[in-house]
Design a protein around this ligand. Structure first.
Ligand code: ZN
Length: 192
């Protein structure tokens, strides 16, 4: 099993608005796009927490602020829960309306208000995961599906909503994404 640490980021308008989720219609998997040595789940959580400061500088420089967060971030050592599971995270753009696959919106409503987000730390530019990271993701996704009382049909990639190449490895190797979902599906069946 995995180690999970609750380390909630401070409420702020860029990464933890403190709004409640309407429901949990599904789980969305992302990659952090950072495979540097220090790019751990905790470092990613700290980045979300620091967006307030980062954006103050960006705005001073005349740049647009960044809105970003996820409920949980997973690396090979642990899972960090950065946002409580009943609150909104900004993982599918922040304005809640732009650039979504309209079929998904019709089916599930406004994505940020209806989905849990998991960020996964890769080991390289392909988006491949360390074996332990992969297992953490597998076990954690299983538990979150059970928590939300939904099936593997409600598992999505960021790519399904906006066409973004995220989670890169699963987008570019769709057979691996199928295999991931099939493994979870089999676990559910064996449990019955
Ligand atoms: Zn993403």
């Amino acid at each position: 099993m995995y180690t999970i640490k609750n380390d909630y980021i401070d409420k702020n308008k860029y990464s933890r608005p403190g709004k409640k989720l309407s429901s949990i219609s599904g789980i969305v998997i992302h990659w952090t796009k950072n495979w540097d040595k220090g790019a751990t789940a905790l470092a990613n959580r700290n980045y979300f927490n620091n967006l307030d400061v980062i954006n103050r500088n960006r705005i001073e420089e005349g740049e647009d602020p960044i809105f970003a967060s996820a409920h949980e971030i997973i690396d090979r050592k642990q899972i960090v829960q950065a946002i409580p599971l009943d609150e909104v995270a900004y993982h599918l753009s922040y304005d809640d309306t732009l650039h979504y696959n309209p079929n998904i919106v019709t089916k599930f409503g406004v994505p940020n208000y209806n989905f849990l987000a998991i960020e996964v730390v890769p080991i390289n530019a392909l988006g491949e995961m360390h074996k332990k990271t992969y297992m953490n993701l597998l076990y954690r996704t299983y538990d979150l599906l059970r928590f939300a009382d939904i099936t593997t049909k409600r598992l999505f990639l960021h790519n399904d909503f906006t066409g973004k190449n995220c989670h890169k490895f699963f987008v570019e190797f769709p057979e691996k994404w199928q295999e991931f979902k099939q493994t979870l599906h089999n676990w559910f069946i064996n449990e019955r």
